[in-house]
Design a protein around this ligand. Structure first.
Ligand SMILES: NC(=O)c1ccc[n+]([C@@H]2O[C@H](COP(=O)([O-])OP(=O)(O)OC[C@H]3O[C@@H](n4cnc5c(N)ncnc54)[C@H](OP(=O)(O)O)[C@@H]3O)[C@@H](O)[C@H]2O)c1
Length: 383
């Protein structure tokens, strides 16, 4: 029986992970779960899965969960408790599915404890890629991507990297692939969150609409597959059936295909190197014709270009754009700024931030804090 620690259990990835667990109760035990404020949903999860630990990072939510819990689960509170469950001796696999920079420290704790990390929290790599990858190496941890594109590339590289010339991430283009730039200014949060193919949390849905999500994925791919920006490419593919491709010097291209459902990726990370039933229907290619591909429009989706720019700058620039993006998206979701302001705020934050090469998690966190403060100030000039 594999003991699973699920960081971000109440979220979209968390719920899909539990759906896969439900199909294999003889193979996976939910050992520990975490959420931030949603204690009501955690109460239901505790009742159903009876984990050993439940962490609420928000202290008042932890108190509420403790007051109402009726099963023998130990409730822990505060962000440091995430590290306890991520590195616990009895934890075998960690699903790192907290959204945003808040997920970084616990992913790193899992790496330092030598766990299998099923990494959905791309921010761990975007902010602290060098430190994180070094920890994975030093502590013999196992890193399996939980992003459809990176899982696709990971799967395509199972035969080896000989002759590898480039990797290509597919991007659906989100809800605005064919919307003219001039119409994007008036976009509402609900329109931005209405992704045509994937059902996801609101923050990542906005990131998909701006294509910052793809930009963060390019950075994530750089670390996961140890490739420079020039060997990473993006192609628009609105049907989200080809999840990504790998190009070789002999003219061969390998792609991974499937219905757009994160349970495929999650079940692969849970069962690797084997495969188990994920509950996802087999692909019927005749239902998805024609498959379309386009070159990305870097003018309309300027966040994608900003992410490539940050990757080329390296060091703190990647954490800076991530922090600025989180602040901008939060303000957009709260109707304080417009959709197109998101990219402008990120660009200005990058310009106004000092550039350096963080050597410790403390420096990464300091940079994140400074970039957020700069971005917040810039936001004020838009509201
Ligand atoms: N959704 C997808 O299809 C998908 C695909 C690929 C990668 N990812 C990545 O996976 C991660 C999770 O995405 P998601 O869509 O599942 O997000 P989500 O639905 O918004 O869920 C986020 C989870 O993180 C918790 N959380 C939020 N803020 C926190 C904080 N400050 N401290 C600790 N926990 C916190 C939430 O708890 P509460 O419910 O209590 O707020 C929730 O459990 C992201 O990094 C995303 O980029 C997602």
């Amino acid at each position: 029986m594999i003991n699973l620690t699920l960081l971000g259990a109440t979220g979209s990835i968390g719920q899909s992970t539990l759906a896969v667990v439900d199909l294999h109760p003889d193979q996976f035990n939910v050992f520990a779960i975490s959420a931030h404020t949603n204690w009501q949903k955690m109460l239901k999860l505790c009742k159903k899965y009876q984990p050993t630990f439940a962490v609420m990072t928000d202290k008042s939510a932890a108190a509420k969960l403790s007051e109402n819990i009726q099963v023998d689960t130990k409730v822990l509170s505060g962000p440091q408790s995430l590290n306890i469950i991520a590195s616990h001796t009895n934890t075998d696999y960690v699903m790192a599915a907290i959204v945003g920079a808040a997920g970084m420290a616990s992913s790193l704790a899992a790496a330092k404890a030598g766990k299998r990390i099923m990494l959905a929290n791309k921010e761990s790599l975007v902010l602290a890629g060098d430190i994180f990858m070094q920890a994975v190496k030093d502590h013999d941890a196992e890193l399996i991507p939980v992003d459809s594109e990176h899982s696709a590339i990971f799967q395509c590289l199972q035969g080896g990297r000989s002759g590898l010339s480039k990797i290509q991430l597919t991007a659906s283009g989100g809800p605005f692939l064919h919307t003219p730039l001039s119409e994007l200014r008036a976009i509402t949060p609900d329109q931005a969150c209405a992704h045509p193919n994937w059902s996801m949390g609101r923050k990542i849905s906005v990131d998909s609409a701006t294509m910052m999500n793809k930009g963060l994925e390019v950075i994530e791919a750089h670390y996961l597959f140890n490739l420079p920006a020039d060997n990473i490419d993006v192609v628009m593919h609105p049907q989200s059936i080809i999840h990504s491709s790998v190009y070789f010097s002999d003219g061969s291209t390998l792609s991974q295909l499937g219905n757009p459902d994160m349970r495929t990726v999650i079940s692969y990370a849970m069962s690797y190197p084997e495969r188990i039933n994920s509950g996802v229907d087999a692909l019927d290619l005749t239902q998805h014709t024609p498959l379309e591909f386009y070159t990305p429009d870097f003018e309309k989706f300027s966040c994608l270009g900003l992410a490539f720019e940050a990757l080329r700058q390296g060091g703190s620039a990647m954490g800076t754009i991530n922090a600025a993006n989180e602040i901008a998206v939060e303000n957009f979701l709260n109707n304080k700024i417009k959709f197109l302001d998101i990219a402008n705020i990120i660009e200005k934050t990058l310009e106004q931030s000092s550039h350096f090469y963080p050597e410790s998690l403390t420096e990464v966190i300091d940079n994140d804090r400074t970039a957020r403060a700069i971005a917040n100030e810039i936001v004020q000039s838009y509201v």
